[in-house]
Design a binder for this molecule. Structure first.
Ligand code: PHE
Ligand code: NA
Length: 501
């Protein structure tokens, strides 16, 4: 069966692929800002608590499910209990939606890597980004293509489709083996260059100065748990899929610790690099660090960084390193989410690698080009990203976790499986955390986000746009997921216990 589905050649390749998925845009443009906004140096405490009480345990749950049941999310859940297959497809749907817009950010970053050489954005990076580069329309949906986005977007999809068609080891695994070391070098060089900028120290002070009172705020704790779930790519199928490609007698808990701490290490590194650069910018412009930091995310990467690149000594070099790092970190993440969809379709319909890749990724690429390669692409991206993160990722994570833990009571057998070849023992603490702490933390973050979004329409977008792209996309993946679960398995023996136990 391993021959048919594909497999990583070694534990090392799996660990690199998992790190490749985890380390993404979230590390570079989300973590530094979230940490800064939520207590600075004091954020270490909720962050570490979230990592150890929820992040790592949940990561091991995903590993356990994928490694024991040896399938994509739909296959793994169906093997656990027939009726649970829909959960797997729901996760697959979320991955498909994320991939569709994630690719667009990478396409922008590719162009910005080239722009860095000549500082093509001129003296006003904000106007350049919104008006000249994205040609942003009034809120709404348009069909006006933006060639500067469309072309790199098509290239990005062609590249990812090509790599995925090569298969689990030669495509997914080999890409991570090459990209992750190069990423560490390019981002490491960026951090060093940023630390030499005048004012770097004040940026680090701004990031790390602890505001201890933040620890009393529930929102700070919610932010820590939210960051950990997003950042580790847990709870929506990626780690289940990758774990299903790992040889049976492999130490999974040990691998999980390596992946978890590598991802956090990269977040810390990103915080240092980004805030050193922001410190320089603040000093240069006479503003406060908080003002130049903006809201993180797209604005940080495509508006604040170009401004830094304009002023910094060796700015072009910093720019190239920064955008190349974004692209490298992003491609391995994009590969991981797209692979979840391919893997699920292969398992269910018994398709060959190349056929499934084309069948899955071509339609995704087309939707991506249609919705994100136009003058309204930024709006679609902003709304879908916000809603699918909250009411996709977080919701499916808490629902599937509660089903597995309390509905199917699967933790004892999963713990036994994980312990079989483990260097660290999965004890009762694991079951206690997953049974109580993690679901409660997730539920809290989710309810908090829900209340906020009901009370204030996100970013003041028109209601119909939020209804269609926001609530609509989050709901559509559930419905489509449970419909797909009703289709028959191509192979009558797919769900047989004998094939995996
Ligand atoms: N974990 C990735 C990050 O921190 C984000 C990601 C989201 C990766 C969705 C894959 C899919 O950036
Ligand atoms: Na991450």
């Amino acid at each position: 069966e391993e021959k048919r589905r594909g497999a990583f050649s070694s534990r090392r390749v799996f660990i690199l692929a998992a790190i490749g998925s985890a380390v993404g845009l979230g590390n570079i443009w989300r973590f530094p800002y979230v940490a800064y906004e939520n207590g600075g140096g004091a954020f270490v405490i909720p962050y570490l608590v979230a990592l150890l009480t929820a992040g790592v345990p949940f990561l091991l749950l995903d590993y356990g499910i994928g490694h024991k049941f040896r399938g994509s999310p739909p296959l793994s859940f169906a093997r656990m209990r027939r009726g649970a297959e829909g959960l797997g497809w729901w996760q697959v749907g979320i991955c498909a939606v994320i991939a569709i817009y994630y690719a667009a950010v990478l396409a922008w970053a590719v162009r910005y890597a080239f722009f860095s050489f000549t500082k093509a954005w001129g003296a006003d990076p904000e106007t350049f980004f919104l008006v000249d580069f994205l040609q942003v329309s009034d809120p709404g949906v348009t069909a006006d293509p933006v060639a500067g986005v469309l072309v790199p977007l098509v290239v990005m999809w062609a590249l990812v489709i090509g790599l995925l068609a090569l298969g689990v080891q030669k495509g997914v695994g080999a890409t991570a083996m090459v990209f992750i070391p190069v990423l560490v070098l390019s981002f490491g060089a960026l951090v060093v260059a940023s630390l030499f900028l005048p004012g770097a120290g004040s940026g680090l002070d701004a990031l790390f100065t602890p505001s201890w009172s933040a620890l009393a705020e529930p929102t700070v704790w919610a932010a820590a748990f939210g960051q950990i779930f997003f950042s580790l790519s847990i709870g929506f199928g990626i780690m289940i899929t990758y774990a299903s490609y790992v040889h049976r007698h492999t130490d999974m808990p040990g691998s999980g610790l390596v992946v978890g701490f590598s991802n956090s290490g990269f977040e810390l590194l990103a915080g240092i690099g980004v805030f050193a650069a922001l410190g320089f910018m603040a000093q240069d412009s006479g503003e406060a660090v908080g003002e130049v930091a903006g809201d993180g995310g797209v604005g940080l990467a495509f508006i604040a960084f170009p401004a830094i690149i304009n002023e910094a000594p060796a700015g072009a070099l910093i720019g190239v390193l920064f955008f190349v790092s974004l692209v490298l970190a992003g491609i391995t993440s994009l590969i991981s989410i797209t692979e979840v969809v391919i893997s699920a379709v292969r398992d269910k319909f018994e398709l060959g690698r190349v056929a499934a890749t084309l069948l899955v990724a071509l339609p995704m690429a087309i939707v991506s080009v249609l919705f994100l390669g136009t003058t309204s692409g930024l709006y679609v991206l902003d709304i879908v990203d916000h809603f699918i993160n909250q009411f996709g990722i977080l919701l499916v994570a808490v629902v599937s976790m509660v089903v597995v833990v309390w509905g199917l009571r699967a933790l004892p057998q999963l713990a036994a499986h994980l312990n079989d070849h483990s260097s660290v023992r999965i004890g009762l603490w694991w079951r206690a955390l997953l049974g109580v702490v993690t679901p409660l933390a997730l539920a809290y973050v989710l309810v908090d986000a829900f209340v906020t979004d009901v009370q204030t329409p996100y970013e003041g977008y028109p209601t119909w746009m939020l209804a269609v792209f926001g609530w609509g996309s989050a709901a559509a993946v559930v419905v489509i997921g449970f419909v797909l679960a009703r289709l028959r398995w191509r192979s009558a023996t797919a769900l047989d216990g004998a094939t995996y136990d």
